[in-house]
Design a protein around this ligand. Sequence first.
Ligand SMILES: [Zn+2]
Length: 89
Amino acid sequence: MGFLSKLFGGKKQEVVAEAIQVECPHSVLVARWDSVQDMGIEEKATRFMCESCKEMFEPAEAQRLRDTLSERIAATTPAETETDSAGAS
Ligand SMILES: [Zn+2]
């Protein structure tokens, strides 16, 4: 009955965001270099890290992600709800 039960009783008000699983679009890829002298030269980057989810990508994969970024963003963003939905795969 004391204040302890007040502290530890009751429901936890923590919001569990587990249910919401948003796929990371890896929109911001940060280049990483193994050798210091290559730093700044994006062609020589050994891997790329997504700034959002910290996932690492091979340069080829990063390139592919960048190439497909706009269409992937368009696919996940319900901003433009046009009725033109013909031929969507
Ligand atoms: Zn990501």
